[in-house]
Design a protein around this ligand. Structure first.
Ligand code: SAH
Ligand code: SF4
Ligand code: F3S
Length: 445
């Protein structure tokens, strides 16, 4: 069966970790002799890399899966594989619920897909151990000049709303030397910007497998020393582990971008406690003060959950206050979604009615966007280095790229994707910047 499957298609849901895992999956399949096809209908191997962070992620995926099942009814030779966090959270149950699925594997088991495809087995197979890093597999990068580096797998935190510890297991870090070697190779292959990935990325170094203990700041220093590496980003850090050495690394190391995504989740210490976030409103404010003391111009973005069980109007008002006070450069805002096997999902009696959450969301978005718009005005009139990503999405005669602050910049000019060019900023919305490539400044670079 599998021996005749030569074309594949992967649909990816979820976070950057999944994007990265999918690149590894594709790299592995190409190494096995498979060819990627842009159309799912044409693929003999249809794969899904799934997410389960919120209920919406689940339902979106199921509708995709049902479409793939309809292709398989027409052509029973098609192999359907389901990987990632949703697969991990339902495990063997997937074969009962969706009998047309041939292979299922959790996030730590991408490499087992190869085992399945090269085996003679005709029966459905599931692989759900936590053991592997996809970082060891070959990668098919979406862009030549940007790359992801998975520095750790899993998460040791116990945020009461979150399914990730159940889907990705305990934290395991890769040895520092291995990461440095991987990034060196990427830079030699033309990568200018890397994004370090971990669920609690700044806790890196305490759970190194097959190597000595290290720290996130030490890793940043080692990477900054690599010739030709222009930008280092990372996601997501936890406020608990945002130590002064990491904060200083932003100020001291040229390659570490002036952007930090620091999830707040709630501005109410009472709710933060119920979320098991391990910091209070005051502690978060204290971290922000430290970060800004060393990096006055840094862009701060965040994640916020509203409608966590038991969240009162007074709790929510505190979240609004923190957003006013901090002035984030951007925020992802989510309505709480109860997840199976999580502590908060048991708090059924305290659920916030959906219409209350929706109304709170509107108020939150107003504050977040207003503050982001105010903050982004500081860039107008300045010249920023922009990593060119391609043509602008709204106007193909212009270019699109990202500043070190993580802002999308649409600008006029002539440059190739992958170049870092100076752009004079002429306008700013809450989300994006507009500008013109500065030819004079470019001549001086
Ligand atoms: N490990 C990262 C990312 C976790 S998932 C971190 O800790 O920041 C990304 C975001 O999804 C979280 O920061 C949180 O804001 C949101 N999220 C996670 N579980 C959720 C749930 N059950 N309901 C709503 N939002 C959730
Ligand atoms: Fe989930 Fe919390 Fe771990 Fe992030 S730190 S992955 S929110 S448990
Ligand atoms: Fe989703 Fe798993 Fe990422 S649940 S957000 S794909 S870690």
């Amino acid at each position: 069966m599998s021996a005749v499957s030569k074309t594949f298609h992967v649909t990816t849901f979820g976070c950057q970790m999944n994007e990265h895992d999918s690149e590894r999956m594709k790299g592995m399949l190409v190494a096995l002799g498979y060819a990627e096809t842009a159309e799912q209908q044409e693929a003999e191997l249809i794969l899904f890399n799934t997410c389960s962070i919120r209920e919406k992620a689940d339902s979106r995926f199921i509708s995709y899966l049902q479409l793939a099942a309809s292709y398989k009814r027409r052509n029973p030779e098609i192999v359907i594989g389901v990987g990632g966090c949703w697969a991990q959270s339902v495990k063997e149950d997937v074969f009962r619920q969706f009998p047309y699925v041939d292979v299922a594997f959790g996030p730590g088991q991408v490499h087992k897909l190869a085992e399945f495809l090269t085996s003679d087995s005709l029966t459905a197979q599931g692989f759900f151990e936590f053991e592997g890093f996809t970082g060891h597999l070959p990668s098919a990068r979406a862009r030549d000049f940007q790359g992801w580096v998975q520095i750790s797998a899993g998460c040791n935190m116990k945020c009461s709303y979150c399914i990730v510890p159940a889907t990705r297991g305990r934290q395991v870090d890769r040895p520092l030397e291995e990461l440095v070697a991987e990034v060196r190779e990427m830079v030699d292959a033309g990568v200018a910007e890397v994004t370090l990935l971990g669920q609690n990325v700044n806790a890196y170094g305490r759970a190194v497998r097959g190597g000595s203990r290290s720290s996130f700041a030490a890793l940043l220093h080692e990477l900054d020393a690599i010739d030709g590496l222009r930008r280092v980003r990372y996601t997501s850090p936890h406020p608990q582990d945002m130590t002064e050495d990491v904060v200083r690394a932003h100020a001291d190391l040229a390659s570490v971008c002036p952007h930090m995504h620091l999830p707040l989740q709630s501005g109410s210490s009472r709710i933060l406690k119920a979320m098991r976030r391990t910091y209070s409103r005051e502690r978060f404010a204290d971290r922000v003060a430290l970060i800004r003391e060393h990096n006055p111009d840094i862009a701060l973005t965040t994640d916020i959950i509203i409608g966590f069980p038991g969240e009162t109007e007074a709790d929510f008002a505190e979240t609004l206050e923190v957003c006013e006070e901090v002035g984030f450069d951007g925020a992802f805002t989510f309505i709480y979604s109860p997840r199976r096997e999580t502590e908060a999902a048991e708090l059924v009696g305290d659920f916030v009615p959906h219409e209350v959450s929706v109304e709170r969301m509107d108020r939150l978005v107003e504050v977040v966007q207003r503050r982001a718009l105010e903050r982004s005005q500081r860039f107008v009139g300045r010249t920023l280095d922009v990593l060119v990503e391609g043509p602008s999405r709204t106007d193909p005669s212009r270019l699109r790229g990202r500043s070190g602050h993580g802002k999308t910049v649409n600008f006029s000019g002539l440059a190739e994707a992958g170049e870092i060019v100076p752009v004079q900023i002429t306008g700013a919305t809450s989300q994006t910047l507009a500008g013109e490539m500065s030819l004079l400044a470019r001549a001086l670079v």
